[in-house]
Design a protein around this ligand. Structure first.
Ligand SMILES: *Cc1c(COP(=O)(O)O)cnc(C)c1O
Ligand code: SF4
Length: 330
């Protein structure tokens, strides 16, 4: 296995992800008892993590908050009351494959089902991506839908991870959007710049600078240790390119359920030019029950961090309820 070097492109890194639980445990010097459950859970939702991300995880520590986000556990296979396959009932707001139109003025588009990392808490872990992966032929239908509804002002590219798509194809798609007069903004929801900051190449910066809409990038980081020097550099480059940078986190038991962690997260994000946007409570998807926290604890944490940080560094604590006109502010 060649070592990761500066010369490794992001495409190479993506085609060389860690997907074998045995390799993960061995590289991180973790207890072999974790192997059988990891294999069983990865059959339901595969393990996926970029190699370079492992350097941010402490070896031999099965409680590491970054590890917990990626390591498949046996508990994921338990059936827990109230945890469903499609907790957000997204199938109801899916007028054309690859497009969700749930909220006024904005549509969410999934250009790909691929992600660079599989987050164990992911609420899309059971989403029928293969049925909902538009492919390039499907793009015309998506663009038609947007063109015909002039109440839509913003297109949100979301997950899968839109940055798993090549710059060339992103360019093809954004060129189509540029011809729609009622569009104002293009937003990208992505975890790729966090887990694989080399994705933010000069070509990517050139593409995003060329987009004829205002651009917003919402990164998804949950713990301050995810924001290392490379991530910070990538963020500062994007900011220089005029991209509005926001972060969305999920409140996860054992990962970021302490005021100190959340305060530090806001601090490192803001220092990297990223404004905290949302702190989501967990969507109750089957297999994620071990990350859940009581609602009262979420309120307590929010109150605690608000007592320490300037208002603009406090993320909005929200949850998502099917059928509501916006995310619910808690
Ligand atoms: C969260 C979400 C959005 C964006 O909501 P904002 O409050 O604007 O961030 C849009 N569409 C769908 C389907 C969503 O789940
Ligand atoms: S990157 Fe996003 S869509 Fe992909 S697994 Fe993680 S949370 Fe889910």
């Amino acid at each position: 296995m060649p070592a990761i070097s500066e010369k490794y492109t992001w495409q190479e890194a993506l085609s060389n992800l860690i997907t074998d639980p045995k390799e993960l445990l061995s590289l991180l010097e973790l207890d072999a008892n974790l192997l059988d459950p990891a294999i069983a859970a990865s059959l339901a939702f595969p393990l996926k993590v970029p190699r370079a991300f492992l350097s941010r995880i402490e070896k031999g520590n099965s409680e590491d908050p970054l590890l917990k986000q990626i390591l498949p556990l046996g508990v994921e296979l338990d059936q827990a009351a109230g945890f469903e396959q499609d907790p957000l009932q997204e199938a109801n707001v899916n007028p054309v494959p690859g497009l969700l139109h749930k909220y006024q003025g904005r549509v969410l588009v999934t250009l790909t089902s691929a992600c660079a990392v599989h987050c164990r808490y992911c609420f899309r872990r059971h989403f029928p991506y293969t049925d909902n992966n538009p492919g390039m032929q499907g793009w015309e239908k998506i663009v038609d839908y947007i063109r015909k509804d002039n109440s839509i002002h913003e297109v949100i590219l979301s997950g899968g991870d839109p940055l798993a798509v090549s710059d060339k194809l992103l360019g093809v798609f954004s060129d189509k959007l540029a011809l729609i007069p009622h569009l104002k903004r293009l937003r990208l929801h992505t975890r790729l710049p966090v887990v694989l900051p080399e994705r933010v190449t000069s070509e990517f910066i050139n593409w995003i600078t060329s987009v004829k809409l205002q651009t917003v990038m919402v990164i998804h980081a949950n713990h301050p240790r995810e924001i290392n020097a490379e991530v910070t550099t990538a963020m500062l480059r994007l900011r220089e390119a005029g991209v509005t940078l926001l972060n969305q986190s999920v409140l996860l038991r054992g990962v970021n359920d302490s005021a100190q962690t959340l305060i530090e997260l806001s601090e490192v994000l803001f220092a990297a030019g990223v404004n905290p946007y949302y702190l989501h409570t967990l969507d109750k998807v089957q297999g994620s029950q071990h990350f859940d926290l009581p609602r009262e604890r979420a309120h307590e944490l929010q109150a605690e961090i608000a007592g320490f940080l300037p208002g603009y560094m406090v993320p909005r604590l929200v949850c998502e309820e099917p059928g509501k006109p916006a995310k619910t502010l808690l």
